[in-house]
Design a binder for this molecule. Structure first.
Ligand code: TYC
Length: 100
């Protein structure tokens, strides 16, 4: 006796979820040069020179600033790129992600 899939009452639920978003945060330190941070913000986060300078100065003055808000995988990749570029130059720049 054959048993068609429909007879088993199996249903495929199609759910489209809005992905959680994550902030990429840049932290201040006393050693990373300002122009390097501006370059990172342009290169990794596609900021204009003016936007990058404003974010860098906000981080320099307040201690922390948001570089952008992305899905988890993108946020993790961008944070890892920042750390890698900074370590290659031996700068202590810190970059973290936080749920938005
Ligand atoms: N405070 C650093 C300096 O005076 C500049 C800086 C800005 C470093 C932002 C890190 O995330 C940072 N050279």
């Amino acid at each position: 006796m054959g048993c068609a899939k429909e007879d088993l009452g199996i249903q495929t639920k199609i759910r489209t979820k809005i992905p959680s978003m994550y902030k990429v945060l840049l932290l201040n330190d006393d050693y990373t040069p300002m122009d390097f941070v501006v370059h990172i913000l342009q290169d990794v986060f596609a900021k204009t020179a003016q936007e990058a300078t404003e974010i860098m100065l906000a981080v320099h003055r307040s201690g922390v600033g948001v570089c952008g808000i992305y899905t988890l995988e993108v946020a993790e990749t961008k944070a890892a790129m920042v750390i890698e570029k900074a370590r290659r130059r031996q700068y202590p720049l810190q970059c973290e992600i936080e749920k938005a």
